[in-house]
Design a binder for this molecule. Structure first.
Ligand code: FAD
Ligand code: NA
Length: 378
C-alpha cells in the first residue's frame, strides 16, 4: 500500500482516483457502510425513487477543470434548481426576487422602484452599527421582507430565538431585482444521470483502489488505525480535525439536520423539489420531494407514489452527523490551534469539509482535492 485515505467522500475519492491512475496502491477506509460521504444516495425500496440520504445534493460549478474531471465518471441531466417558500399560506419564489417582492407588496414595481423601496425600508438601521441579527437583517433588506423571509427561517436553522442571534451570522441577504429565480449562478449545473452512487462507485472502481467499509480510523482493534499508520505511509485524512487530536483544543461546533422521510400515496405532493417553510409555527425548515429532481425519470417512477423528506435543523452533539460549521470566535481559535498541530503530523494531509472545518460544496471539495494531488502528493 502506498497511500491511505481516511473517508470516502468526494475529497477522499478524488485523491484515491488520481493516485490510482498514477500507479499508486491506495486503500480507502470509511466508518460508514457505504462510500460517497454525504453525497450518497439510494433508491427508496418501496418506490425506487432516488433519495439523497444526507440531504438534497445539487451539483453546480463554474470551474472548468472540475467540470471536465467529473464528466469522466458521469453525465449530468439538464436539471435547473429552483426553490419556493410558503409564508402565511402563500407560495413565493426564492431567492427573494422581483417576483417575490411584487407578490408580497401586491404591486408591479419596476427594478428601480423595488430597489428604491427596499433601500428606504432598510434605512431603519445601519448595517455597520446594527446591534444584533434583527437590526442587521432589517438594515440589509428592510423590516417587511426580513421578517417574512429571513428572520424566522434563520432562527429555525439555528434553533435560537431571533433576538438572541448575533448579527455576525449574516453579512448579506440575497435579493434580486429581476424575475430570475434560478437558484445557482454557475456555468454548469445538473444531476448525475444514473444517480450519485453510480458516479461515486465509478470513481472507486480501479484495480489500484481497495475500499474497506465499516472501519473507524480511531478503532485500535482495526489494523488500519491512526496509531498503526501515521508515520508509516502517507495518509489523507478527511474526518473531523478535532476528533483526530482527541479534542485537546476543544470540540468545534456544528449544526446538524434531522430528516423525516415519508412515502405518500399521491403522485405529486408539492409540484417542485424543494419548498421552504420560513414561519415559526412550522417546525421544519423545508420539504424535499425527490421525484422532482429527475423529471426525465417520470416513466420509470411510479405515478401514484412519492417520497418526501422534512428537514429539521439544530446544534449537533458529538454523536450527531456534523453538517455545517457554526464558526463561533471560539471555534476559529480552536481551528487555528488544530492547524498548528496538523503541521506537526508527519505525512498526514488534512482535507475535505471535516478535515478543514469548512463548508465545501461538492465542486469545491473535488477542486481542492485535485489541487492537493497536483501540488503536493503527485
Ligand atoms: P464527506 O462527504 O463528509 O466525507 C467524509 C467521509 O469521512 C465520510 O464518509 C465519513 O464517514 C468519513 N469519516 C469520518 N470520520 C471517519 C473515521 N474516523 N474513520 C473513517 N472514516 C471517517 N454540495 C453541493 O455541491 N451541492 C449541494 O446541494 C450540497 N448540499 C449539501 C447538503 C447538506 C445537508 C450537506 C451536509 C452538504 C451538502 N453539500 C452540497 C456538500 C457536500 O456534501 C460536500 O461537498 C461533500 O460531502 C464533501 O466531501 P468530503 O469528502 O469533504 O466530506
Ligand atoms: Na443543498
Amino acid at each position: 500500500m502506498d497511500l491511505l485515505v481516511v473517508g470516502s467522500g468526494f475529497f477522499g475519492l478524488t485523491i484515491a482516483e488520481r493516485a490510482a491512475e498514477a500507479g499508486r496502491k491506495v486503500t480507502v477506509i470509511d466508518r460508514r457502510h457505504h462510500i460517497g460521504g454525504n453525497a450518497y444516495s439510494e433508491a427508496e425500496p418501496e418506490t425506487g425513487i432516488e433519495v439523497h440520504r444526507y440531504g438534497a445534493h445539487l451539483f453546480h460549478t463554474s470551474n472548468a477543470t472540475v467540470w471536465e474531471y467529473v464528466n469522466r465518471f458521469t453525465s449530468f441531466t439538464n436539471y435547473v434548481h429552483r426553490v419556493y417558500t410558503t409564508h402565511k399560506g402563500t407560495v413565493f419564489p426564492m431567492p427573494v426576487n422581483l417576483g417575490t417582492i411584487n407578490q408580497f407588496f401586491q404591486s408591479a414595481y419596476t427594478p428601480d422602484q423595488a430597489r428604491a423601496l427596499v433601500k428606504e425600508q432598510a434605512g431603519e438601521f445601519d448595517a455597520k452599527t446594527a446591534a444584533n441579527f434583527e437590526e442587521k437583517g432589517i438594515a440589509l433588506v428592510g423590516r417587511p421582507l426580513f421578517e417574512a423571509f429571513f428572520r424566522d427561517y434563520t432562527a429555525k436553522q439555528w434553533q435560537t430565538d431571533p433576538h438572541k442571534l448575533s448579527g455576525d451570522i449574516i453579512s448579506r441577504l440575497p435579493v434580486r431585482y429581476t424575475y430570475d429565480n434560478r437558484y445557482f449562478n454557475d456555468t454548469w449545473e445538473g444531476l448525475p444521470i444514473d444517480g450519485y452512487t453510480a458516479w461515486i462507485e465509478r470513481m472507486a472502481d480501479h484495480p489500484n483502489i481497495d475500499v474497506k467499509l465499516d472501519v473507524d480510523y480511531f478503532d485500535e482493534a482495526q489494523p488500519l488505525n491512526k496509531k498503526a499508520t501515521v508515520g508509516q505511509l502517507p495518509v489523507v485524512y478527511t474526518g473531523p480535525v478535532d476528533r483526530y487530536f482527541d479534542y485537546t483544543e476543544g470540540a468545534l461546533s456544528w449544526r446538524t439536520l434531522d430528516f423525516e422521510q415519508e412515502v405518500l400515496n399521491v403522485g405529486d405532493f408539492q409540484g417542485t423539489s424543494v419548498m421552504n417553510y420560513p414561519d415559526m409555527d412550522v417546525p421544519y425548515t423545508r420539504i424535499h420531494e425527490f421525484k422532482h429532481f429527475h423529471p426525465e425519470r417520470k416513466d420509470i417512477y411510479e405515478s401514484d407514489k412519492t417520497v418526501i423528506m422534512r428537514e429539521f435543523s439544530r446544534f449537533a452533539t458529538r454523536e450527531d452527523e456534523p453538517y455545517y460549521p457554526v464558526n463561533t470566535p471560539t471555534d476559529r481559535e480552536g481551528l487555528l490551534a488544530y492547524r498548528e498541530l496538523a503541521k506537526g503530523e508527519k505525512d498526514v494531509h488534512f482535507g475535505g469539509r471535516l478535515g478543514t472545518y469548512q463548508y465545501l460544496d461538492m465542486h469545491m471539495a473535488i477542486g481542492s482535492a485535485l489541487s492537493l494531488w497536483n501540488n503536493t502528493l503527485s
